[in-house]
Design a protein around this ligand. Structure first.
Ligand code: 26W
Length: 828
């Protein structure tokens, strides 16, 4: 401790960072000069952003280093989070909040003629994820640091993240996400750390010492992995964790031999091929592509991460038996499930550990979280492709499977069916490796992400594993960080809450929001609450006008559905009901307030129907918004490029949150939590975490509709014919007929035919069955909105009762039930 202070002082840390507002202003000018080589008169907003970012980075550095040193010295048990995706969002604002420097920064840049919000807008967000899974990983990293849990998040440093979404003539157009073009002040590269990652080739057996049979993998090619670290600060104290993302580089980046004979492509071929591995994020959400490069990406970051863990481990420890005491590794879905086989390869082949001992360590080390029940999202790899890229791992998986099935035979003698479904290898014309089965066999804990989801996992997709290992299973309902999704993104409401609760303790103890319950009927407080929410709507309106030239009227009800576009999320149910509503308004039948129906979300580039759903919303908007008979009462808007930055503007602005997935399909949802936390009321089905949100806020403060999971199952079993429901639902029939007649496609009856066909012929997600109930419920919500006192009361009670959906609660449960890890406070 004393040594440390001396060292700090020795390194003149104090001197480099000048204290206070004036000091920060000076440091920004220094960075502008030293880093950007700019003087104020010619400096751009981005120059000021970079200069401020580096000044803030300097101010977090000693927390970061001190934390690493403390965990190193204390040999702290460390949580390893393995995720192929991290949707971290913009870093500057969040770091200012967690460092408690917001006011100082605002003041410092104002003195330089700059506005902090303008500089914050300059940051390119690291879009290293698709949606729910990636954002959850980011929220969990924030909570791990805030709860002072030593943790490392390992992932992939994609050169190109999730595409930027542009809209041309109502169609989604994917634009490459050049997020690194202007540099990234929030990462520190460590090129000295390099790990070889092998691919292809073959294996050979040889007799090792004591005549033990050993295996050598002779790879066809090797790629090097090097890390870049991003600090993850805890809120309101000195703990900071690491997000370590791997990039691929060629073992030999330039082949002079080829160059000398004029084969310039060959000279750089290895470099190109190698770097390709971490070039781009696969933009598929819930549907696997089964592409070779995807498998290589997964193995690449898994192998680098495990090699890095072992290097750090051996710095202080000798015996591998302690490995599972030092670390616990959480598999964020099956994308990193190769880690089970790679850990066995490293232990058995590289560290000559006997198989049984290696397997014991491996199983104690890993835990697996499942995020989806969709069959098309459960990853399986063709054995031949797998064997070609990872010959040694295929052997290891066969060995694991062999031993596992022997155990199953003992437990369930003669039960071939169960054997076949539990097997890691799926038999059939094309044998496949089931990554979920590998994750379950190699993990000591398995969890779902909401109570209903975990129940369905145990009853369906993983039922045989549940029968075999019931104790491995537990539920860990998702959560969201209140730092980013309330304190940072909703200053007006946060300020009101701080005033009402007499402080900021709620930011780290969200259950304290319950203190707002007593104010739900307080008219003075209600007025302040409404005023704060109005500010959120006005801020979104300004943002939409400035960046997308879209007009939003804050005096209308903001009815919002933002999430990835997918049929099970039923954006088309929402759109069809908007058509019906439009007709009713035209006929003067619809009551309710003037409203703006807001959509947002990206479609996977290969998901044609999802893209057609985006087009449908735009075409409906074109007709409805230009209809003078109705556009006072109804506007339809698609906000482009739904990402974390835009989300932070949307959640505080919503009055009504659309969570309308077919029951049994949305594993949890996390947007639903962010909306309710910001006082939006939810219209939704009994699906995922909606159920737990409704229980928490009270059924009377939630607009519920629709078939439940069991009803969906029995209706499908009985033979579901969507046309039956159309016949008996005139509003739906009218909407479908208009669509069919080209009312929203300038008379072109073909454009939406594919969507109509899917709804009328198959309707897998029961849009027709739920339409009537949805319509009634939506109108009930609209009518309730007219009773401002009642609505505001419900809004306050929603926020007040959302405490348990903090990601701090989720992480505390993981620590207690799965990771068995304790906080390690860091002193500076
Ligand atoms: C192989 C392609 C692929 C890519 C991503 C398959 C599956 C995924 C993710 C599991 C999809 C995802 O993000 N699932 C969402 O995870 C959230 C966090 O747990 C949940 O809240 C959402 O309900 C779930 O859809």
């Amino acid at each position: 401790m004393a040594g440390m202070k001396k060292m700090d002082k020795a390194r003149g840390i104090g001197g480099r960072i000048k204290p206070g507002v004036e000091g920060l202003r000076r440091d920004i000018l220094d960075n502008l000069f030293c880093n950007q080589a700019k003087f104020p008169a010619v400096a751009t907003k981005n120059d000021y952003y970079q200069a401020l970012a580096y000044a803030v980075r300097d101010r977090l550095m000693h927390r970061w280093i001190r934390s690493a040193q403390t965990f190193f010295e204390r040999e702290s048990r460390t949580v390893i989070y393995l995720s192929a995706e991290y949707l971290m969002g913009p870093q500057l604002g969040n770091n200012l909040i967690n460092l408690g420097l917001w006011k100082e920064a605002k003041e410092a840049v104002r003195g330089l003629g700059q506005d902090l919000d303008d500089l914050l807008a300059e940051e390119e967000e690291p879009g290293l994820g698709n949606g729910g899974l990636g954002r959850l990983a980011a929220c969990y990293m924030d909570s791990l640091a805030t709860l002072k849990i030593p943790a490392i998040g390992y992932g992939i440093r994609y050169e190109y993240g999730i595409f930027d979404q542009a809209i041309r003539d109502g169609w989604q157009v994917e634009v490459a996400d050049k997020w690194l073009r202007l540099g990234n002040p929030w990462e520190v590269a460590h090129p000295q750390i390099q790990y070889p990652v092998h691919f292809g080739g073959y294996t050979e057996y040889f007799n090792g010492e004591e005549n033990h049979l050993r295996v050598r993998w002779i790879p066809a090619r090797t790629v090097m992995g090097t890390p870049s670290d991003t600090p993850v600060l805890g809120y309101g104290h000195h703990n900071a964790n690491i997000l370590r993302l791997w990039r691929a580089e060629a073992a030999e980046s330039f082949d002079f031999a080829a160059f000398n004979v004029g084969d310039y492509y060959k000279a750089v071929e290895d470099k190109m091929v190698s770097e390709n591995i971490t070039k781009v994020l696969y933009p598929n959400d819930e549907a696997e592509a089964g592409r070779r490069l995807r498998l290589e990406q997964q193995f690449f970051f898994v192998s680098c991460s495990l090699q890095d863990m072992l290097r750090i481990f051996f710095q202080r420890n000798g015996s591998l038996d302690k490995l599972a005491e030092k670390y616990v590794v959480q598999l964020n879905d099956t994308h990193p499930a190769l880690a089970v086989a790679e850990m066995m390869r490293l232990l058995v082949d590289e560290h000559q550990t006997p198989w049984e001992r290696a397997w014991d360590i491996t199983c104690r080390l890993f835990a697996y979280t499942n995020h989806t029940l969709l069959p098309e999202a459960l990853e399986t790899w063709a054995v031949d492709l797998f064997g070609r890229i990872l010959p040694r791992h295929l052997e290891i998986i066969y060995e694991i499977n062999q031993r596992f099935l022997d155990h199953v035979r003992l437990t369930f003698p003669g039960d071939e069916g169960r054997l076949a479904s539990l097997s890691i290898i799926e038999e059939g014309p094309v044998k496949r490796v089931r990554m979920a089965n590998l994750a379950c066999v190699g993990s000591s804990a398995i969890n779902g992400v909401a109570e209903l989801h975990t129940e369905l996992l145990q009853k369906t997709v993983l039922s045989d594993f549940y029968a075999l290992w019931p104790d491995k299973f537990s539920n860990k309902t998702n959560g969201v960080t209140p730092r980013r999704f309330l304190l940072r993104s909703n200053p007006p409401l946060s300020a009101l809450i701080v005033e009402a609760l007499g402080g900021t303790a709620w930011v780290k103890d969200l259950e304290r929001l319950r203190g707002l319950e007593r104010l739900a009927d307080d008219s003075a407080f209600q007025e302040k609450w409404k005023a704060a929410q109005k500010k959120g709507k006005e801020a979104l309106a300004r943002h939409a006008a400035k960046y997308y030239d879209i007009r939003l009227d804050p005096d209308t009800l903001f009815d919002v559905q933002v999430k990835r576009i997918h049929e099970y999320k039923r954006q088309h149910l929402n759109a069809l009901h908007v058509i019906s509503l439009y007709q009713k308004i035209k006929r003067g039948e619809a009551g309710g307030p003037p409203r703006t129906v807001i959509f947002g979300g990206k479609a996977a580039p290969g998901y044609w129907i999802a893209k057609l759903m985006i087009k449908l919303v735009h075409n409906i908007a074109e007709v409805v918004n230009s209809d003078s008979e109705t556009n006072e009462m109804l506007k339809v808007v698609f906000l482009p490029d739904f990402n974390v930055k835009n989300a932070q503007k949307i959640y505080p602005a919503a009055d009504l949150s659309q969570q309308i997935s077919t029951a049994g399909y949305e594993a949890s949802g996390t947007g639903n939590m962010k909306f309710a936390l910001n006082g939006a009321l939810t219209i939704g089905t009994l699906d995922g975490a909606n159920i737990e949100i409704r229980d928490a806020v009270g059924p009377e403060n939630f607009f519920l509709f629709g078939l439940e999971t069991e009803e969906v199952r029995t209706l499908r079993e009985r033979g579901y014919n969507p046309r039956d429901f159309c016949q008996n639902t005139p509003d739906l029939m009218e909407a479908l007929t208009m669509l069919d007649e080209g009312a929203f496609s300038r008379g072109d009856r073909h454009l939406f035919a594919p969507l109509l066909g899917r709804i009328l012929d198959h309707d897998e997600y029961m849009v027709c069955a739920d339409f009537a109930a949805y319509g009634e419920c939506r109108e009930k919500a609209a009518a309730t909105y007219l009773d401002s006192r009642q609505w505001t009361r419900m809004s306050i009670l929603n926020t007040a009762r959302m405490g348990r959906f903090s990601s701090d609660r989720s992480i505390a449960e993981y620590c207690r039930d799965i990771w068995h890890v304790d906080p390690v406070p860091v002193e500076l």
